[in-house]
Write a protein that binds this ligand. Structure first.
Ligand SMILES: Cc1cc2nc3c(=O)[nH]c(=O)nc-3n(C[C@H](O)[C@H](O)[C@H](O)COP(=O)(O)OP(=O)(O)OC[C@H]3O[C@@H](n4cnc5c(N)ncnc54)[C@H](O)[C@@H]3O)c2cc1C
Length: 410
């Protein structure tokens, strides 16, 4: 019958594509529906167009980085670990390699090769792909799924996978429609919040530092019981801070901003140098470079615009520099206070925190516990990992798990 399939997949990100490839290989008549004009738009933009597919961590270690989703992701990541993903892409003619000992990218450094490996596999095995098709309803009868609707047209299948991703980056297909489809089927959705995103702060001085990047900064949330720290490159923007030193902590900040008007953060601008070492350095400057201004000495370590902020009395010579001014600088350099008032929002968030509630989905099969034949894969679930290939690993692993399992059952 026309419009009848074994399996319909909503969304052509890495999760939907992996499910489509696996199910089609197993002979399932599969339909992949994508609302955007082309497949995998977010995948193509990932890793700056190079696509950081996965990393070297063993499944248990990788899973542990997913915070409250750690237990849920474990089975999929164990079943499709990085080794398995490497084997799959190598088999598709797209070997993965690392240059830094941790992050795997396609050897070509082209995200488009990852997209085509998956898409060609699916289509080559008979999967039908329709782009520009936004699924607006899931059909069910007697608590079992039976198809989907696209602008009044019905497509039938006894199994439907919602792999519609998160809300972030609407320009690349981010939308809430998957959440709505899940809610319509009786699922709860943990309210989505922007994660892996730049942060905006109340301090006006950051404007003067816009564009300054520091190679290694450690950030933390300065609230009791908030232990998580995040370390890496920091970029000052016109409105706040961005880059690796804040991306992994930003999801938690998003959550706290739901309860607080602003969230205090502290930055250690040079974590490899302790307060004591700074003090010793100032001592040696007093002895050896007494005639040189402190600003000049500090500009060995920090750009001048930032030195002016961190050390307002920096024009003074090292020999006359007062202890109080030194202590003020050391406090600024090791625990610079910023009050975060907002994130850079959905347009710039790389990942969504929140999504379809995990307790209503079986982590071994990714099938809904509410509606038979309804499955979820990828970021639409309440799962988000840090920077470094974790999120695409999860999307691929969950997609392969669903596609293979549905194929096996048939
Ligand atoms: C700029 C950027 C860079 C990133 N870099 C990396 C990286 O290097 N490594 C990493 O691990 N992660 C990275 N991420 C995160 C990663 O891309 C996502 O976690 C991943 O793409 C999620 O995969 P997914 O298949 O679940 O969802 P998505 O990739 O978001 O795909 C979902 C698809 O579903 C479609 N869709 C939604 N609703 C409907 C509907 N109703 N009907 C039909 N289609 C629908 C969307 O258009 C979209 O194409 C990056 C994200 C961004 C934004």
């Amino acid at each position: 019958m026309k419009n009848t399939f074994d399996l319909i997949i909503i969304g052509s990100g890495p999760a939907g594509l992996a499910a489509a490839a696996a199910a089609s290989r197993r002979g399932m008549r599969t339909l992949l529906l994508e609302q955007m004009p082309g497949c995998g738009r977010k995948l193509l933009a990932s890793g700056g167009g190079k696509c950081n597919v996965t990393n070297v961590l063993k499944p248990a270690d990788m899973a542990s980085r997913f915070g409250r989703g750690a237990r849920f992701v474990r089975h999929a990541l164990h079943t499709y670990p990085a080794e398995e993903l490497k084997r799959y892409f190598a088999g598709q003619g797209v070997p993965l390699e690392f240059t830094d000992g941790f992050h795997y990218f396609p050897r070509s450094l082209k995200a488009t090769d990852i997209l085509h490996a998956l898409l060609d596999d699916a289509v080559g095995n008979g999967c039908a792909v329709k782009t520009g098709c936004r699924v607006d309803g899931v059909l069910s009868r007697d608590k079992a799924v039976c198809g989907v609707t696209v602008s009044g047209e019905e497509f039938y299948a006894p199994q439907v996978v919602i792999a519609s991703g998160g809300k972030s980056y609407p320009a690349l297909g981010g939308s809430v429609s998957g959440y709505q489809l899940a809610k319509d089927m009786g699922h709860n959705v943990v309210p989505p919040l922007p994660a892996m995103v730049g942060l905006q702060c109340r301090e006006e001085w950051v404007k003067e530092c816009a564009g300054i990047s520091l190679p290694d900064v450690e950030s933390r949330i300065a609230l009791p019981k908030e232990k998580f720290r995040c370390r890496g490159e920091l970029l000052f923007t016109h409105t706040g801070i961005s880059a690796f030193a804040v991306l992994d902590i930003s999801g938690r900040v998003s959550e706290l901003l739901e309860q607080h008007k602003s969230v205090p953060m502290k930055l250690d601008l040079m974590p490899q140098r302790s307060e004591d070492e700074w003090r010793k350095l100032f001592g040696s400057w007093q002895k050896k470079s007494g005639n040189v201004s402190v600003s000049r000495l500090l500009s060995e370590d920090f750009p001048r615009r930032l030195v002016n902020i961190l050390c307002p009395q920096g024009a003074m010579k090292a020999a006359q520099f007062p202890g109080s001014a030194r202590d003020e600088f050391i406090k600024n350099a090791t625990a610079l206070e910023l009050n975060i008032s907002a994130t850079d929002g959905w347009e710039k968030a790389m990942v969504t925190r929140g999504g379809v509630a995990l307790d209503e989905v079986d982590s071994k099969t990714l099938e809904s516990r509410i509606v038979r034949g309804l499955y979820f894969a990828g970021e639409v679930l309440d799962v988000d990992g840090p920077c470094g290939g974790y999120n695409i690993s999860w999307a691929l692993a969950s997609g392969f798990l669903v596609g293979n399992m549905i194929g096996e059952k048939a």
